[in-house]
Design a protein around this ligand. Structure first.
Ligand SMILES: *Cc1c(COP(=O)(O)O)cnc(C)c1O
Length: 384
């Protein structure tokens, strides 16, 4: 079986795993305890926070550990929007249809249940949010804008520094979901200029079930998990010490090894994109041709059932994705693909191939030999 779905999740790096192990049994203390067991656990969490802060170029106190990327997105949007509305009365939220559901569904809930107003930013044909689209949408009543750094389905990278500068000039809080981006892009918050940034461990060879939110000093948040005073009273609950340790090691490795990892995956990705477009009729790249994640290739095929194609690929030994989370039942095209203006009979045939550490030229060659045959097979079985 060949794994080509690193955007869905990654295996835990063995160095990360080794760093986590002592905190399950020997050093199992509660970081909030006064005694030495507690002190040891607290020291591990503090060290992890400093490591993460060093990668992000921020202060350790600006890092809040959470249970996942989704929780970070929830805390950022709901926490910051409500806190800022309490002070200013502003109630417009700006985001886009290309966001991960952890952002878009949270924004929709804020509109439906919390009395906020929601405007979807225009996206271009590559699924990018251009500065002009944010400029057009901001008003004096805007409280927060949320635009993802890199898209999980189509790989497109958004111009975050330009967008964050527009938000700042208009006194609007700016959040970015960098969960997918952190594996390959520089997540230096000074350069990005963001107020809030979400990260999730399992997209960069860390464990699942741990994330972080960067909160710029001075940004008020209403906690979403109330209880004890952990994480500056912004996220109650005893810290998951081994996972936090693993998260920090994985993020540090992602930074240190970034250039080598890009050099490994990018030529493979370019080979896939070139070959697929050349050998498969009625195929189209989704997302931006250049400004995209270096490990990410995504396509739509005309008159193909994307789920059927994934099953055929699985039977042939390849683990890929359609890019969207929809797995069963009456297939609806992904909102991200639809927002690009892709017609339905193309949008239903989406395929995402994402590479990682264990991807090899031999894997890619085998995949490229098999895919055209399976696309034709899926087309033959297509119900119109
Ligand atoms: C995976 C992902 C998330 C969710 O992260 P979890 O840790 O799985 O909750 C959010 N946003 C993007 C862009 C992602 O790729």
């Amino acid at each position: 079986m060949i794994y080509l779905d690193y955007a869905a999740t990654t295996p835990v790096d063995s160095r990360v795993f080794d760093a986590m192990l002592p905190y399950f049994r020997e050093s199992f203390g509660n970081p909030s305890s006064i005694h030495r067991f507690g002190q040891k656990a607290e020291a591990a969490v503090d060290a992890a926070r400093e490591k993460v802060a060093a990668v992000l170029h921020c202060k350790p106190g600006e890092i809040i550990f959470t249970s996942c990327g989704s929780e970070s997105d929830n805390l950022a949007l709901r926490g910051a929007a409500i806190a800022k509305r309490n002070v200013t009365g502003k109630k417009w939220i700006l985001t886009s249809k290309t966001e991960h559901h952890a952002v878009s569904k949270t924004a929709q809930q804020l509109e439906k249940e919390y009395g906020f107003l929601l405007e979807w930013l225009d996206v271009d044909e590559y699924g990018a949010i251009r500065p002009i689209s944010l400029n057009k949408a901001v008003c004096t009543d805007t409280v927060l804008a949320s635009v993802m750094f890199a898209n999980n389905e189509i790989g497109t990278i958004n111009p975050i520094p330009e967008l964050a500068a527009i938000a700042r000039a208009n006194n609007i809080l700016f959040h970015t979901d960098a969960v997918q981006a952190a594996a390959y892009l520089d997540v230096n918050v000074e350069k990005l200029g963001v107020d809030l940034m979400s990260l999730g461990g399992h997209k960069f060879y860390g464990p699942k079930g741990v994330g972080a939110l960067y909160v710029r000093n001075g940004t008020e948040l209403i906690p979403q998990m109330t209880g004890g005073g952990q994480e500056s009273s912004l996220r109650a609950g005893t810290q998951n010490v081994p996972y936090i340790v693993g998260f920090a090691v994985a993020l540090q490795l992602a930074m240190e090894e970034r250039d080598a990892r890009i050099a490994h995956v990018q030529p493979l990705r370019d080979h896939i994109i070139g070959e697929v477009l050349e050998t498969i009729s009625d195929s189209k790249l989704t997302g931006h041709p250049e400004s995209r994640l270096p490990n990410h290739a995504s396509f739509v095929f005309k008159d193909v059932d994307g789920n059927l194609l994934l099953q055929l690929l699985d039977s042939a030994g390849f683990a890929c994705s359609s890019g969207s989370a929809c797995k069963t039942g009456n297939p609806e095209p992904s909102e991200v693909i639809t927002s690009l203006g892709t017609p339905r009979n193309w949008a239903l045939g989406s395929l995402r191939i994402t590479l990682g550490v264990d991807s090899s030229p031999a894997h890619v060659d085998e995949f490229l030999k098999t895919l055209p045959i399976l696309v034709e097979k899926a087309r033959g079985l297509h119900q119109r």
